[in-house]
Design a protein around this ligand. Structure first.
Ligand SMILES: Nc1ncnc2c1ncn2[C@@H]1O[C@H](COP(=O)(O)OP(=O)(O)OP(=O)(O)O)[C@@H](O)[C@H]1O
Ligand SMILES: [Mg+2]
Length: 357
């Protein structure tokens, strides 16, 4: 699939902007703080319905303005689609797919698929579990829109259960245990569903990531994901036996919201033993595998958004990447043009204006 055009009104530092893209390579070049990443952020918004940099939609509204409106057209192998997003301060954002307003964000998932690589994501290997969980959640939501729905329900149950734990702590009463039983059942049922999704996903991702990684570096990459519980019964048992500790801590301690996966390079844990370059490579391999998996699933390659990748990767890895992308649509930001980025369209970005070179 490829993105045909983007129109922005009051988005970040863009007052008004209309762009038509190349079906393959698009480069946003410019100095720091001019609005390159803002453009990738706008494109990403149409894939996940939210930014990758902020949870506050209002941050996307240009300073001093009351709303932002963005629209985008893209083509998949069937047809052209139009997406539109309007964000007002303190209001629920409005999203339209081909002119029809959707009522739940989940309806957007799986339409426009993008895979993003940006500098902060180097933390995927070395930072805490929440970063890897977010990776699984974002990738799986695109791959399986049902996952996004279940995840939302699961988080609501965790919230409710946490409130109940706090109430029991305050009241010190056992009267609420019937209610807790109901939440436990739901937590375990939804949790098992999420873990099944993750298990299948991580298995397939592991194969593709190992392949990409070996091609790029000759090293062996292994992803290890183990669901926290083997069965719903085991999950429920832990909720029973571990409840005292949950009361002490004041929140839900067990389930997919606490999971993680491990990354090994040549059988050594990458988080602890990997060099910076190896960690970077591993992230790139994971991202390429994410894209390959979307291709396996939909028969169409997602759009790649590569933020500042040229300054993050060494020559070998850049060449490998460049070799992988020629027949796909990519958006690349950079401060300096690179010889690897030839063909396609180059946009010069300066003070919230992008101009075709
Ligand atoms: N809501 C907003 N309204 C107006 N301007 C904003 C808003 N949010 C961010 N900006 C401005 O956008 C600019 C940053 O844009 P962006 O992150 O796209 O830069 P960049 O070109 O990617 O820079 P770098 O090369 O440093 O990554 C900043 O100068 C910031 O002040
Ligand atoms: Mg940037």
């Amino acid at each position: 699939m490829y993105i045909k055009s983007l129109t922005l009104k009051n988005f970040r530092n863009y007052e008004e902007q209309s762009l038509t893209f190349d079906e393959k390579t698009n480069v946003f070049q410019g100095n720091n703080a001019q609005g390159k990443t803002n453009l990738l952020e706008a494109l990403y918004l149409f894939s996940m319905g939210k930014s990758f940099r902020t949870n506050q939609d209002a941050d996307l509204i240009r300073f001093g303005e009351s709303y932002t409106k963005a629209s985008l057209t893209f083509c998949d192998r069937n047809r052209k689609h139009t997406l539109e997003i309007i964000i007002l301060r303190d209001k629920k954002k409005q999203i339209k797919i081909n002119g029809l307003t959707i009522s739940r964000l989940g309806e957007l998932m799986g339409h426009l698929n993008v895979v993003l690589f940006y500098p902060e994501e180097l933390g995927l290997v070395k930072e805490g579990p929440h970063v890897r969980r977010r990776f699984m959640d974002v990738a799986l939501s695109q791959l399986r829109p049902g996952y996004y729905h279940t995840l939302g329900q699961y988080h609501r149950v965790v919230d409710q259960r946490n409130k109940l734990i706090k109430r029991i702590r305050m009241a010190g009463s056992a009267d609420l245990s019937d209610t807790m039983f109901v939440w436990n059942e739901q937590l375990a049922a939804l949790g098992m569903e999420l873990m099944h999704y993750r298990e299948e996903f991580m298995g397939r991702l592991g194969v593709l990531a190992a392949k990409a990684h070996f091609e790029a570096s000759g090293e062996k990459l292994t992803l290890v994901y183990k669901p926290r519980f083997e069965s719903k019964e085991a999950f429920l048992e832990k909720l029973e036996s571990g409840f005292e500790r949950e009361l002490e801590q004041g929140y839900t301690l067990h389930g997919p919201h606490r999971e993680d996966f491990e990354i090994f390079i040549n059988d050594k844990e990458a988080k602890t033993f990997g060099s910076q370059g190896q960690q970077r490579s591993a992230v790139l391999s994971l991202k390429l595998a994410q894209a390959d998996l979307l291709f396996e699933e939909y028969g169409e390659y997602p759009v790649l958004l590569l933020d500042d990748i040229m300054s993050e990767l060494d020559q070998n890895r850049r060449s490998y990447l460049a070799g992988r992308i020629p027949d796909k649509q990519v958006f690349i930001t950079c401060t300096e043009l690179d010889a690897l980025l030839h063909g396609g369209k180059i946009f010069n970005v300066s003070s919230g204006k992008a101009v075709l070179q």
